[in-house]
Each structure stands twice: as structure tokens, then as C-alpha cells.
Ligand binder design. Structure first.
Ligand code: 13P
Ligand code: SF4
Length: 423
């Protein structure tokens, strides 16, 4: 099966396969110099990027003009020159044209662990998005440099919660709940941030008795939090928070949503007092595209199909699916299935098409018939990878992601709590 990028280049108006934006055909550097910060074509293209979102300067023309073959030759040569001095990490959602160079491919939890598994490597080149590279910086050694090939590869969901709004929310909650623990020693509220968040928010959790979770350990982390607190403030992904808490038996009416633009998040004091999980008003625009109608159609067209979706999907989609789980869960479910199985998958298209190519013994397709990759993962292209690797060989570290100590220390506390929390 062709890569997503090849598929996109072949899409013609009026044809059977459609994409969400014709601009996906363009090289990502065409968007680096946009006058307003934007996520670029793909599922997050209509999300508003914060004004202070990192921008990527234009990379040298030699990389923008190089053919695919030349970039391939240069990246392989750079990798051979650097040897063990370099490790390249790739998230499952990254395009195939970049994943082919990764030394390790995984979900955000596995990549966080991989970042600390190679203390000998001087450079960790992270082919994923900004919060993942920050996490790698937090978990790697002080002499290691983490490099994000394109600084514009952020995450629109992570950007939906910022430190100022979360601090403001926290102050309102403290005013309402006070800070005293109850008779069993549980504090009024524990902050839990999804891995998909800035290092500043991880630091906030570290400082306020909180913790980080990923989609592969969210239930374990919520249990950890409920042992220590009467309630949880969960940010930024409302869907992961709701889906996980609901599966643990928390009733929907005890999960108010916090809209940072409204006083008390748009709730009355009673609802916040009665809350078990306060859900931040954030979402992933990739996973928001999946619908129950797509699942109904998959079941009608493929009797016996196994529908697996990522827990960032809205609750009705998770409820209508057979299973929900992290990217690694999806991968393992497919690997363990008997040959001849049919899967309809609700997650990012690059991962789904790669799984389909790797498993010809199964029928695997994406629930969403429209090709619409994660806009920010898509901003990384071999041209940027060749640029950062050759710069490193020349002694220059470009696009280094480095978290300041005042944030890194508490953020590591929250991450270490997560790594220590056992299911
Ligand atoms: P995973 O933790 O499953 O890798 O998901 C990360 C992500 O960004 C999903 O949108
Ligand atoms: Fe962020 Fe969604 Fe892309 Fe994951 S898929 S990196 S949550 S925008």
C-alpha cells in the first residue's frame, strides 16, 4: 500500500479518494512563512494557533529543492557518520518517508521511555510533535540534545490548555474547595495532565501533587489520583478524561466541563463541588473526525469487522466501537489477531495505512474515508531531517528543545510519578 503522502499526491478532484485539503500536496515549508501562526493543512487546520506558538524559519534552499532520492542519500550518509552519537525517535503518526529513518517507533509513552534508554546518544532527533520532544528533554541526560526537525510541529490539543488559564482555574477551585484534606487524607483536587501538554503544565502538576498520564495508562493514573484526592482536574483532552473516567464508573453528571473563558468554567458552584472529574475543554481534531455513522457503515459493509478507536475520540464513538486503546494497543491487537481478520480503525491515517501495509494477512482500513493526517506531525518532512542532521555533523545544534530548569524540575516529578504508577 502506498504511503499517505503518495496517496495524497494521487488524489484528483472528482475521484473516489478525497482529502480534507488540497494544500496537503504542497511541501510543508510553504507554510513556514505564513504571516499568522497556523498548524498547516490537515485535521487541525481550522484550530486557532496561539500567537506565541513556535514558528519554523525557512530552511536552506538546498533542502527544499533536493529530490527525494538526494534527501534519502544525505540522511543515510548522515546517520552512518553519526553512528551511536544519534538516535532518531518516530511517533506512529509520522509520515512513512520519515519513519523509514527512525531507530525506534512507538506511542508517546514508549517514546518517553526510549528517550532515556540511550544515554550514550549525544542527539535525540524527535520525529513527533513539540510536547513529545519536551518530554524527551525532561527524561534524557543533561548532556544530550533533543532536536525537533520542524519547530512548527506542535499539537493543537496541547495548545488548548496554557499555564495561565490552568493557574486561573486552580485558583477558582481552591477558593471553592479550600486546601484541607478530608478525614481519609485526600486533598480536594489532584491535577492530571495528559502527556499531550506543555512542560509548563507538567510542571504545574508536579508542584501541585499531580501527575502525567498517556492514553496507555490513563486508568492507572486516575486510580492513583483518586487514592490521593477527592476529585481530579483533567487537562487538556476532555475525551480521554471522560472515556477513561466513565469506564471506571464515574457518572457523566459528575464530570463537568471547564471552559477557561467563563467564570467557574461555565458551571455553577454546586456542579463543581459535586464533581469527581473536571474536564478541560480540549480535544484532538484528528480524533474528532470519527463518527458513529462511520462505524455503522463499516459494520454494514464488513460484517464481523472489529472496530478499534483511540480514546481521544468522542464518547459516543468509543461506546459504539468494540474496543478503545492507545496507538500501541491498536498495533498489538492487530498483531495478535488471527489471519483474515477485518479491522476498522479510528486513529491517525499514517498509522492505519502503515498497519495495513505491514499486515497483508488482514483487511485494515481507516473509519474516516477522507484522507486527513495530523497537521502537525505532517509538518515534518525528510528535508528538515536532512537539515538538522547535517547541521549536527557540522557542529551546530539547530531546533534544540530545551526546558528551563525551573519548569523541568517539577515536570520531572509529575513524569516520574507516572512512570512509577503501576496498573
Ligand atoms: P499515543 O499516546 O497513543 O501515542 O497518542 C498520542 C497522540 O498524540 C494521539 O493523538
Ligand atoms: Fe495532537 Fe491530535 Fe496530532 Fe495527537 S493527533 S499530536 S493529539 S493534534
Amino acid at each position: 500500500m502506498a504511503s499517505v503522502n503518495t496517496t495524497i499526491q494521487l488524489i484528483r478532484p472528482g475521484g473516489q479518494v478525497t482529502s480534507c485539503s488540497p494544500a496537503l500536496k504542497e511541501a510543508p515549508w510553504n507554510f513556514d512563512s505564513a504571516p499568522v501562526a497556523e498548524y498547516g493543512p490537515g485535521s487541525s487546520m481550522f484550530d486557532v494557533a496561539p500567537v506565541d506558538t513556535p514558528r519554523q524559519g525557512e530552511i536552506p534552499a538546498e533542502y527544499r529543492r533536493a529530490s527525494d532520492e538526494e534527501l534519502d542519500r544525505r540522511i543515510r550518509a548522515a546517520k552512518a557518520t553519526l553512528g551511536d552519537r544519534l538516535v532518531i525517535l518516530g511517533h506512529f503518526y509520522q509520515r512513512d518517508e520519515v519513519i523509514t529513518y527512525a531507530d525506534f517507533v512507538g506511542d508517546s509513552f514508549q517514546l518517553a521511555q526510549a528517550a532515556r534508554a540511550r544515554p550514550d546518544a549525544e542527539a535525540i532527533v524527535f520525529c513527533g510533535v513539540h510536547f513529545m520532544a519536551e518530554t524527551a528533554d525532561l527524561l534524557s541526560g543533561p548532556s544530550q540534545s533533543v532536536i525537533l526537525p520542524n519547530l512548527a510541529a506542535g499539537c493543537s490539543m496541547a495548545d488548548m490548555a496554557d499555564i495561565d488559564s490552568v493557574t486561573e482555574c486552580w485558583e477558582q477551585l481552591e477558593e471553592l474547595y479550600g486546601t484541607e484534606p478530608d478525614a481519609s487524607g485526600r486533598v480536594p483536587v489532584i491535577p492530571v495532565t495528559y502527556m499531550n501538554s506543555s512542560a509548563a503544565l507538567k510542571g504545574f502538576c508536579g508542584e501541585h501533587g499531580g501527575i502525567v498520564c498517556t492514553s496507555s495508562n490513563a486508568a492507572t493514573v486516575l486510580e492513583w489520583a483518586f487514592e490521593r484526592g477527592q476529585r481530579v482536574l483533567f487537562f487538556p483532552d476532555q475525551h480521554l478524561g471522560r472515556n477513561t473516567a466513565k469506564a471506571m464508573g464515574v457518572p457523566l453528571e459528575r464530570m463537568p466541563m471547564w471552559n477557561p473563558r467563563k467564570p467557574l468554567g461555565g458551571n455553577d458552584a454546586e456542579a463543581i463541588q459535586d464533581a469527581r472529574v473536571i474536564l478541560w475543554h480540549g480535544f484532538c481534531s484528528v480524533h474528532k473526525r470519527f463518527t458513529v455513522a462511520q462505524i455503522d457503515r463499516a459494520r454494514a459493509e464488513h460484517p464481523g469487522v472489529r472496530v478499534i478507536v483511540h480514546p481521544e475520540c468522542p464518547m459516543p464513538v468509543v461506546d459504539a466501537a468494540d474496543e478503545a486503546g492507545s496507538t500501541d494497543y491498536i498495533k498489538k491487537a492487530i498483531e495478535r489477531a488471527p489471519a483474515g481478520s477485518t479491522f476498522a480503525i479510528g486513529t491517525e491515517i499514517n498509522m492505519v495505512q502503515r498497519l495495513a501495509a505491514e499486515h497483508p494477512e488482514h483487511t485494515i482500513f481507516c473509519l474516516d474515508p477522507v484522507v486527513c493526517p495530523c497537521s502537525t506531525m505532517y509538518r515534518i518532512h525528510p528535508g528538515y531531517l536532512a537539515w538538522v542532521l547535517e547541521a549536527f555533523i557540522a557542529g551546530e545544534i539547530v531546533n534544540q528543545i530545551s526546558v528551563v530548569d525551573s519548569v523541568a524540575l517539577p515536570a520531572r516529578v509529575a513524569l516520574e510519578r507516572m512512570l512509577a504508577a503501576k496498573p
